[in-house]
Each structure stands twice: as C-alpha cells, then as structure tokens.
Ligand binder design. Structure first.
Ligand SMILES: Cc1cc2nc3c(=O)[nH]c(=O)nc-3n(C[C@H](O)[C@H](O)[C@H](O)COP(=O)(O)O)c2cc1C
Length: 186
C-alpha cells in the first residue's frame, strides 16, 4: 500500500483489513472519502459574484478560494462545471470574492441553495465590472479575470486583484462539513 492510500485508509477510520481491501482496489480514492479528507483542511467561506451578459447578478458560496501570487496580485477559486453559474463566470471579465463574516452564515446557506433571488438579502453594491460587493464582509477582493482553466469536474478561475477591503469582523470558517467560528490564538 502506498503512503497516500494508507493515509486515506487511516482517515476513513478503517482497520487493517479494510485498509488492505481499499489498497487492493485500483484507481482513484472513493469520492466520499476524498471529500471527507479534504474537509479536514479548514477554510474560510466566500460568496463569489459577477454579473451575466444581461447585467443580472450571479453568485455562489465557495470555499475553493485561495491566494496564488503577490506580484502580480493573483487569487484563484474553482466552480463545478455543472453549475448554472458557469456561463456567467466564463463570460464576465470581473468577479468579486466576498469573504464572509461569522455573522453572515445565513448568506452562506442562501448562496448554496436554489432560491429565486440570492441577492434579496444582504447589503450589496456594484464593484469592479459591476460584480456585487457585500457590506460587512470580513474581506473583499475585486478581481479582473486573467485566466480560466478546465480542471476535472471544475473550472479554475484566476483573477488579478484590483481593489481590496477588509474589516475586523470575525470570519466564518468551514471544517468537516460544518461551520465554525475562530477560536483562540495559539
Ligand atoms: C461551504 C461551501 C463551500 C462551497 N464551495 C464551492 C466551490 O468552491 N465551488 C463550487 O462550485 N461550489 C461550491 N459549493 C457549492 C455551491 O455553493 C452550491 O452548489 C450552490 O448551489 C452553487 O450554486 P449553483 O447551483 O447555482 O451552481 C460550496 C458550498 C458550500 C456550502
């Protein structure tokens, strides 16, 4: 068994027998196990937004956001290819990443749900390229799209940061499939 397979077997809580069974199976890790193990990586929670060709606001909850480069200032995130939001983000020249405060957990639920108008709640203004920017967010990155790259069942988006904002609001965290708030500084 490779170290990676052993790690997956350990993380899935499997004993030696089950681990051996998993090791005997060829191919990729079980998607459910992969999702669970990825969930061990603590992230913040964002709402990524843009406007579509008709000027309609589009956005979704995303925790795939990450830092990419300081010089030039680049960030990244990924969107599943099956998302109804995909055409809008592919066509838009700008997007905004709104890093949610813990107090904005309801917006996180809302933007991960099939509601009619996700923007009906929250205090939104038009940022760069009219991408919606959320008041009270822990941080905001207004970006110009510089590259998009299909990657498996997602599309990777890379943006150059045009405008930044931050607040002292406590961030919303995501870990193990659940929301959390920041604990004590170590
Ligand atoms: C905490 C959290 C993080 C998420 N991160 C992503 C992400 O990075 N990329 C993605 O495509 N979907 C992500 N999702 C799922 C979308 O928010 C969800 O599928 C939503 O329904 C997408 O809108 P759509 O159905 O219009 O595509 C996440 C959901 C949650 C709750």
């Amino acid at each position: 068994m490779t170290a990676a397979r052993r790690a997956v077997a350990i993380a899935s809580g499997a004993g030696p027998a089950a681990a051996a069974t998993q090791a005997a199976e060829a191919g990729a890790p079980d998607p459910l196990v992969l999702r669970r193990v990825l969930g061990r990586f603590v992230t913040g929670v964002t709402i990524v937004t843009c406007v579509d060709a008709d000027g309609q606001r589009v956005g979704l909850t995303a925790n795939s956001f990450g830092a990419l480069s300081l010089d030039p200032p680049l960030v990244l995130w990924s969107l599943r290819r099956a998302s109804p939001c995909l055409p809008a983000f592919l066509a838009a020249r700008h997007f905004a990443v709104n890093v949610l405060a813990a107090s904005q957990i309801e917006l996180s639920h809302r933007f991960a749900s099939p509601v009619a108008d996700r923007f009906a709640h929250g205090d939104w203004r038009a940022g760069a390229g009219a991408a919606p920017v959320l008041a009270g967010a822990a941080a905001v990155f207004e970006c110009e799209l510089t590259a998009e790259q299909p990657a498996g069942d997602h599309v990777l988006f890379i943006g150059r940061v045009l405008h930044l904002a931050e607040s002292a609001a406590a961030p919303l965290l995501f870990h193990g499939g659940h929301y959390h708030r920041l604990g004590d500084r170590l």
